[in-house]
Design a protein around this ligand. Structure first.
Ligand code: ZN
Length: 153
């Protein structure tokens, strides 16, 4: 069970990232891009990636949306920057798994670090798409270029 103090800390972290998103900029030298759209909430983002070899050297995003989507995108970019593509894909799987809820309690979430602040979102199914949009867009950007992903497809 999450204590109320911890819950407050989580909310502060989400607020901080939504007000001051990290890596909130277009990358002039991006070699992968992808766009994400969540029509249920109106969240939109464009992701820029600079991948060299197997490493995400740089990442940036632009867009608009609710606090959850902004904070999630900000924290996603901060957690995959400098990581290998396969490590980023592992994080995507764990994050997605955490938010799909079913067996989150049995999961080892230690790899997710601060990203576990979004675990509480799984209680609000409508918000899950706001939190996972960034990760689906990242996956699309790593797999192919210039793709537009929608949570409603
Ligand atoms: Zn949203």
């Amino acid at each position: 069970m999450v204590s109320s103090e911890l819950r407050e800390l989580y909310q502060e972290l989400i607020l901080d990232h939504s007000k001051k998103p990290r890596n909130f900029r277009a990358l002039a030298d991006a070699n992968h891009t992808a766009e994400g759209f969540n029509p249920l909430c109106g969240d939109k983002l464009k992701l820029y990636l600079k991948v060299e070899g197997d490493v995400i050297q740089d990442i940036g995003f632009e867009g608009s949306g609710c606090a959850i989507s902004k904070a999630s995108t900000s924290m996603m970019t901060a957690s995959v920057k400098g990581k290998s593509v396969s490590e980023a894909e592992r994080l995507f799987h764990e994050f997605h798994h955490m938010l799909s809820g079913n067996d989150a309690a049995k999961m080892d979430l230690s790899k997710l670090g601060k990203l576990t602040v979004f675990a509480g979102v799984s209680e609000f199914p409508v918000r899950v798409k706001c939190a996972t949009l960034a990760w689906h867009t990242l996956k699309a950007g790593l797999e192919s270029d210039g793709k537009v992903v929608s949570t409603e497809e």
